[in-house]
Design a protein around this ligand. Sequence first.
Ligand SMILES: C[S@@+](CC[C@H](N)C(=O)[O-])C[C@H]1O[C@@H](n2cnc3c(N)ncnc32)[C@H](O)[C@@H]1O
Length: 283
Amino acid sequence: MILKTADSKKDIFYLINKYSRVISRVEAEMLLEFLFNCEKLDLYVRDFIINKTIEELYDMLASRRLNGESVQHITGRAEFMGLDFIVTKDVLIPRPETEILVNEILGAGFIAPKILDLCTGSGNIAVSLAKSMPQAEIIATDISENALKIAEKNAVLHQASAGIKFYKGNLFNALMFAKNPKFDIIVCNPPYIKEAEIPFLQKEVRSEPLIALNGGKDGLDFYRDIAKESRKFLRKGSSILLEMGFGQREAIEDIFLSYNIFSIYRVIRDFSGIERAIWINLL
Ligand SMILES: C[S@@+](CC[C@H](N)C(=O)[O-])C[C@H]1O[C@@H](n2cnc3c(N)ncnc32)[C@H](O)[C@@H]1O
């Protein structure tokens, strides 16, 4: 609700700056967008009454943030590829780095590809692809039933349900009941954190589902499984696009090249210069 006033003493900038030493401006804006149910731009072009109740509500949201809850979990929303996604504690919060995978696929000129989004989580990759490539046929899978429910909600929210089928299961086992499960592209942002590193992650990250983070002893379990199993599900000359963690590129290349059926087409760096995504082709 947006309230107009001519004479409030405290304005929106008072709230934006109230926790500026501990909450970033972007996060303060996100909390206020949530509080006033408005767009970011509205915060700067409209007048809001900042009364005691509003300030107390804002303080409550800010204290949750200060206690280590992420803004996205507080608001239940996260932005990805310019779209708003529903997020809960059952899904990983979509990260900007993951947009690399989507942009690579969108930029490659596929006409009506058949795509498998393994480990779909909130459905951010599958839904963004379906929105931009309505001709694509997409299957999205996850081992978590609760995550899949959120992914399906996001598909409905963005009117992308017609282009995506969802299946539950452990990696490729999820395709047991899928018709003709052969793909032009497999895309996946798998769990890739080393198990022993998880207790040392930031509190916000530790509040995300453990199964979305844990990549096993060396963080590479999922890459090994995908390299081993993917061939049966790929058409000749098709592609695998994977997100990866800091310093994992060489080991991932070794895993795939050891099968003598894959070639490394491209490695893509993120905004911080970290090798973040790898594009592998089936020979
Ligand atoms: C890193 S999250 C990625 C979520 C989303 N695709 C994204 O990019 O934000 C990994 C996802 O893999 C799922 N997952 C974990 N183990 C799995 C398995 N064995 N088979 C299928 N999905 C699994 C988790 O539930 C989680 O949703």
